[in-house]
Design a protein around this ligand. Structure first.
Ligand code: PLP
Length: 395
């Protein structure tokens, strides 16, 4: 990976990992839609397999288009390298299967992405791996759960959908003391607003589907380890499990990511104003947005993040019934799961993204029945505000 640490984020999202195509000089990275790469001789093939000669072999292992994306995101996160995957879940499962073994234990943020929780809870016990979920915003909760077999501390901050924050630097210190690998799901913040590796984390993971791609047209994931050893382990696990990204998928993300910095900027400006609007609306019971002084960890958000992001959650005084009417009445925002796209999306986590999580666990994680999640896009602010206003009148 080319070192471009000195460049700004705005420049890195456009240039990192990308040189004009060496064959024809194409400015856009070509889509190398090839599953396999020709060797000039038996000797060359053998040298590539032995790692004695650089060059491509087979797309599940590596591909030039995918490599350009991996280098770009690794540069944004200041990591050793990137491993792009078919989805965010493929990235998360690769990390887990690459680091854990029978008898291992994992500790995770309670309010994590729904499928992450269901995977850890329902799939891992079959392989003799156990897990505990807790409110990781309080370090004592984590300390109490550490066992001799604990290997991974998996945190998501801001967490989905509650927007609770976890102190990454404090977790990194704890992880180092206890010999744990600290994995941070950085999907909600994006590398524009938060760089967990710089705060001491070992691995960053993203659902590329969200802010990195930003156009709600690709599903993908990426793993960014901090050091070479972890990178090699993760890369080997990915190629064996087979969750690789596809070259065309990588090309779309390379295109989408070029506007990441300006998209995040615009959407978080909209989000702050909408959070303020919602907070002062008589029908709104509560609003959780890291940029509001009322957010319990507003100070941590200022210290750990470079901006407050584009995700808001809130509840109405009329509870679930009122929220349902409101969600059914929006016209500019779209009722859909997912997030981080140029278009605003609204959804009800308790019955949608977190439907697979039990009632008791939802309560423990703070995913209340009235919680509405809004992913704020890049539309004109007035259009978004007046849309929410007219939808709130429907109650
Ligand atoms: C969407 C998401 C995932 C899973 O990613 P997919 O690309 O849907 O597999 C993981 N973590 C977070 C925080 C997410 O929002």
């Amino acid at each position: 990976m080319k070192e471009k640490k000195d460049k700004s984020m705005e420049t890195k999202v456009i240039h990192s990992g990308q040189e004009p195509d060496p064959v024809y000089g194409g400015v856009s990275v070509p889509i190398y839609q090839s599953s396999t790469f020709a060797f000039q001789s038996v000797e060359q093939g053998a040298a590539r397999f032995a790692g004695l000669e650089k060059g491509y072999i087979y797309t599940r292992i590596a591909n030039p288009t995918i490599k350009a994306l991996e280098d770009r995101v690794a540069s944004l996160e200041n990591g050793y390298g990137g491993i792009a995957t078919s989805s965010g879940m493929a990235a998360i499962s690769t990390i887990i299967f690459g680091l854990l073994e029978k008898g291992s234990h994992l500790i995770s943020t309670a309010s994590v992405y729904g499928s992450t929780r269901v995977m850890i809870e329902n799939l891992l016990p079959r392989f003799g791996i156990s897990a505990d979920f807790t409110d990781t915003s309080n370090l004592d909760n984590i300390r109490k759960l550490i066992r001799p077999t604990t290997k991974i501390l998996f945190i998501e901050t801001p967490a989905n959908p509650t927007l609770v924050l976890t102190d990454i630097a404090a977790c990194a210190t704890l992880a180092q003391e206890e010999n744990l690998t600290l994995v941070v799901d950085n999907t909600f913040a994006s590398p524009i607003l938060q760089n967990p590796l710089d705060l001491g984390a070992d691995i960053v993971v993203h659902s590329v589907t969200k802010f990195l791609n930003g156009h709600s047209d690709v599903v993908g994931g990426i793993i960014i380890p901090r050091d070479e050893e972890t990178y090699q382990k993760m890369h080997k696990t990915m190629t064996l499990l087979g969750g690789n990204m596809d070259p065309h998928q990588a090309w779309l993300v390379l295109r989408g990511i070029q506007t990441l910095a300006i998209r995040v900027q615009k959407s978080q400006e909209n989000a702050l104003k909408l959070a303020q609007f919602l907070s002062s609306h008589p029908k709104v019971a509560w609003v959780n947005y890291p940029g509001l002084p009322s957010h319990p960890q507003h100070e941590l958000a200022q210290r750990q993040m470079r901006g407050f992001g584009a995700m808001i959650c809130f509840g109405l005084k009329g509870g679930y019934e009122a929220g349902k009417k409101m969600i059914n009445s929006v016209r500019v925002a779209t009722l859909a799961v997912s997030l981080g796209g140029v278009e605003s999306l609204i959804q009800h986590p308790a019955s949608m993204t977190h439907a697979g999580v039990s009632q008791e666990e939802k309560e423990q994680a703070g995913i209340t029945e009235d919680l509405i999640r809004l992913s704020v896009g890049c539309e004109g602010y007035e259009d978004l505000r007046s849309d929410l206003e007219q939808a709130l009148e429907k109650d």
